[in-house]
Design a protein around this ligand. Structure first.
Ligand code: FES
Ligand SMILES: [Fe+2]
Length: 345
């Protein structure tokens, strides 16, 4: 298991997660973070541990442009985390609040998606070199929003998510597909920014769910670091964007958040049915992860074989090259080359 991906934007939540004046607590790659929204609507992110005596800042409140710790009322600027005020100080005492800082993280909101930048340098301040990924269709209100915590390292979660071979076994559902429908597939993959895509194609004819959309759908699936997978299904000018963020909470817990944005009326009408189906899918993956953990406890050697596991190999290669290119202060060179993958699923 390798370490987390740094110097990159992580998905931190939906706009609706953080109301004006709110402070919420999230965790990304073993960093406790409080996400807040100021009166002017802007979003910010600070480490969720008070440098004084470790109370959670997320339990405090926002006062003007600062966060007030609930324990002794110290205030920290929302922009850079500098301490602005220590209420217990007398006029002639010389502790300088401005020398005390809580770590701050760059935070951005694009459409309905909030992103937080995690630098490998804990002292990092300023503007990151890269921007969070843009998803123009993610500006509308999400139709479905579901999340689940998997009891595994993020690498296992990502690899499991992009594994085409487990579908007929783990997700053997009447309305989806069965192991009897396994057949050979050939899918074209190409490099994309910090990731890759399964080029636009018409989805498998053995996927009953697609039939609900009517017409001839075209699907494109993308993956990019740190763990963002999208599936965009289009029929004419109707779109369904399924956005999945696989985010490490810590070494042994990973959150999967799946959000659907759509202007398909049929998807909106069938929302309870589709949400339940998506939930069942996630649950099936989570159960398999728990089973896998029992085996992993013995630290066995693992295999990645042929084309069915090629995406997993690309993930590891891309992750490695990202870390290396950051360390060497150079352009990232995508190690993935366009090719057709053939597997039975
Ligand atoms: S612990 Fe935050 S002010 Fe004391
Ligand atoms: Fe799965």
């Amino acid at each position: 298991m390798s370490e987390f991906v740094y110097d990159i934007w992580y998905f931190a939540g939906l706009s609706s997660d953080v109301k004006t004046g709110d402070l919420i607590r999230i965790e990304i790659a073993s960093e406790p973070i409080t996400l807040g929204r100021k009166k002017d609507g802007s979003i910010f992110a600070l480490r969720d541990i008070c440098p004084h005596r470790a109370a959670l800042l997320s339990a405090g409140r926002i006062v003007d442009d600062s966060v007030e710790c609930p324990y002794h009322g110290w205030r920290f600027g929302t922009d850079d985390g500098t301490c602005q005020e220590i209420p217990s100080l007398c006029a002639d005492q010389d502790t300088d609040p401005s020398k005390i800082k809580v770590r701050s993280f760059p935070a951005r909101e694009n459409g309905q998606l909030i992103w937080v930048y995690l630098s490998s340098d804990k002292k990092f301040s300023g503007t990151p070199e890269i921007n969070p990924p843009a998803f123009p269709f993610a500006t509308r209100k999400p139709t479905i929003d579901d999340r689940l915590t998997l009891n595994c390292h993020v690498d296992h979660a990502v690899v499991g998510l992009m594994d085409p071979a487990h579908g007929p076994f783990v997700h053997e559902n009447k309305w989806w597909r069965s192991r009897h429908s396994i057949h050979e597939k050939a899918k074209k993959f190409e490099p994309r920014e910090r990731g890759f895509a399964m080029a636009a194609h018409s989805p498998s004819s053995n996927s009953l769910a697609y039939k609900l959309l009517g017409g001839k759908p075209v699907t494109e699936i993308t993956f990019r670091l740190p763990g963002i997978r999208t599936e965009e299904i289009k029929v004419g000018h109707k779109t369904l964007l399924s956005f999945t963020a696989v985010t490490p909470l810590d070494e042994n817990r990973t959150q999967i958040r799946q959000i659907f944005f759509t202007n398909f009326l049929s998807v909106k009408l069938l929302k309870p049915f589709i949400a339940a189906g998506a939930r069942k899918f996630l649950r099936q993956d989570a159960d398999m992860v728990d089973l896998q953990q029992k085996g992993l406890a013995y630290n066995p050697k693992l295999m990645l074989i042929e084309d069915a596991d090629a995406q997993a190999k690309w993930y590891y290669a891309i992750k490695k090259e990202w870390g290396k290119s950051r360390k060497e202060n150079r352009e990232f060179v995508n190690p993935m080359k366009a090719r057709v993958l053939r597997y039975r699923s």
